[in-house]
Every structure is written in structure tokens, then in C-alpha cells.
Design a protein around this ligand. Sequence first.
Ligand code: ADP
Ligand code: GN1
Ligand code: MG
Length: 359
Amino acid sequence: MDLFEVSAKFKINGRAVSITPYGEGHINETYLLVTDKGFKYILQKINHRLFKDVEKLMRNIELVTAHVAEKVRQKGGDVSREVLTIVRTDEDKTYYGDDETGYFRVYIYIYNATAHQVVKKSEHFYQSAYAFGTFQNQLADFDARRLHEIIPNFHNTVVRFENLKRAVEADRMGRLRLVRREVDFVLEREGYCGRIVKLLECGQMPLKVTHNDTKLNNVMIDDATDKAVAVIDLDTVMPGSSCYDFGDSIRFGCNPAAEDEVDLSKVNFRLDLFKAYTEGYLAALKNISETEKEYLPFSAILMTYECGMRFLTDYLEGDTYFRIKRQNHNLDRARTQFKLVSDMEKALGQMNEIVYSFK
Ligand code: ADP
Ligand code: GN1
Ligand code: MG
């Protein structure tokens, strides 16, 4: 079944006339769909290898988008822009497909807005912080027990570390000899892994409903006003720590170069951007505890370290998780992350000062 046939199963306005690959996501296959009536939609082939239970995945997204939409409505906002809207199938389902065809979903396209790949204006970064903070506020009264933990242990760095060790031992692709330095970099920092996990376990760090994938390109920024419009990519909304959401944003956004930049001299941790993000996050986030605040700077290191470790694991296992576009792509990605970790370790004191310079 081709993509045009798939698109005909959904309640879109018109008939699809073009369907083209879109965006820079590493997980799903994303397409821009345009109809003969000029309407645009986002068509996605869901990564079924990762999201084995599509029914539960889409149920999570349905619950979360309905909850956020209600909050937007209460504030008199524009529900078609400020939250993802699922377009249903003719059979009134949130997705179409089966194991053979693959699984597909359609979202309303958010017009006149961009998901940026790097921070071009620090205002955008401030705005993305405000948006992710607001998203957490909107879900603060959402009962987390209604959510399925779609990828268990997603930000459990202890488990991620064990996975890397297993990949090293197996060395399936014979690539270990090429990455000894990177593996050592990870092993030397094992002490980072359990810190937030332990705080969550003992209840010192509050467990919240968080986004868990807070890259700049998972937030739509209005092209005209530079304000954040909506948080997108809701596949990983699960119970987590607000520190994870903060740290992952810093990981991606405070680097002026691409996540897969090969020239590491271009990869640097920018403290001015850290300040912009921190200001936006603290301005938006209601009820942040002292422990959360204390661990914000460290969480930037932790999330960057964890992501680098995940790229490295995938490289060792033969690139089965993150989509790659070239040889060594995951290794290049891992290297940028470790360069950022080194930079951040040196800047930890300054990051702390910045966090405590805000109320
Ligand atoms: P992945 O999980 O693979 O990262 P995303 O859901 O983030 O997939 O989508 C990939 C890209 O598609 C986004 O970075 C953004 O550019 C674009 N996109 C996704 N949803 C929408 C939408 N509703 N409106 C406009 N663009 C979107
Ligand atoms: C993936 O889906 P996307 O491209 O926004 C990944 C994140 C990583 C990120 C690294 C479900 O995000 O966890 O931090 O790549 N998403 C999933 O760029 O694993
Ligand atoms: Mg994404």
C-alpha cells in the first residue's frame, strides 16, 4: 500500500496530491502531505520497532493532547495551533495500519511556524523553555497513572550505562577497536548515572508528567512573532523529572553547531544560551522545588552524557535505533555529545551561578 492510499484512510480535507519527506526527526518517518484543496497535514509512519504497542502509544497522545487542548481553550487560545491535533481515520481511529502495512498517523499541520534545528535567535530558545515549562504546568493535574510507560527506563541512565556495557562486551559489529577512547570517556563517568534516579526513587525529586524529548526541533516557533506556538513530538510523554526536560533542551540548544557536526572545533557549550533557557524555564515553571533547582545544571551534563552514550551504544550495535544518513553517523553524534559534556563540566560553577541568579 503506498502513502497516497494510506492518506485516503484519514479524514483529511481533500485528496492528497503530494507527500514528501519532512523534518529532521531521528525516530519516525515524517511526511508533509498537501491536498488538492491546498490543506497541509503531517503524515507519520510510526517507528514500530520502537513503539511496539501503537494502540497504547496513540492512547497516551490522545489523552495528553485532549488535556492540553482543554487548558488552551480555558485560556482562550487557538486549539488548532497550540496543541497537536490528531486527524482520525474513517473508522474513527487515531492511527491506521497493521504489522504488514506499518502504522500511520496524521496531525493537523501547524502553519506559519518552524521547528528550528539550531538556535538562530536566543529569543527562540527562551521561548522554547517557556513552552516546555508551560507544557509541564498544563499536565501538572493530569493523573500520570493513565499513561502507559511507552519506553520503560527511557531516562534511567543506570540502565543506559548497563546497555552500553553489554554492547561493548558483545561488540557485534567489530567496531569497539574504533571507539576505545569514547567508551573510556563514558566508563570514567559512571558516577553520574544514578544521581537523579536515586533522588526520584527516594521521593526527594518529584516525579512529574514530562515531555522527555525536549529538543528545540520539538517545539514550533511562530515565523512572524518568534513566540513558541506548540510543543510537538509527544511519543515520550511519561512520568519523569523536570530536570530531564531541562537538561535535554540544554544538550541540544546550547550548541551552536549541529548535533552531528564532524568538526568538533565548532561544537561548544554556550553559556549565554544556557542563561536564556534557564530564565525562560524558571519563569514558566510553577512549583519548582529546591532539589529540582539544585540539579538543573548537573542535569544538562547528565542528559548530554546519556544521549552520547545512547548514540555510542547504537553505533556498536549496528545502528538499529537512530536513523542514520551516513557511515559513522551515530559515532559523529556521540562525539559531539562528549565534547559538550567536557565543556559543561568546566562550566558547572557558572551554570550554578546563573540558576541562582533568578528568583
Ligand atoms: P520524530 O519523532 O521523528 O522526531 P517529530 O514528531 O518530531 O518526529 O516530527 C519531525 C518534524 O516534523 C518536526 O521536527 C517538525 O519539523 C515537523 N512536524 C511534526 N509535527 C508537525 C506539525 N503538526 N506541524 C508542522 N510541522 C510538524
Ligand atoms: C530522538 O524523536 P527525536 O528525533 O525528536 C530520541 C531522543 C534523543 C534524540 C537525539 C524516542 O528524538 O530521545 O534525545 O533523538 N527519541 C526517542 O537527537 O528515542
Ligand atoms: Mg522530533
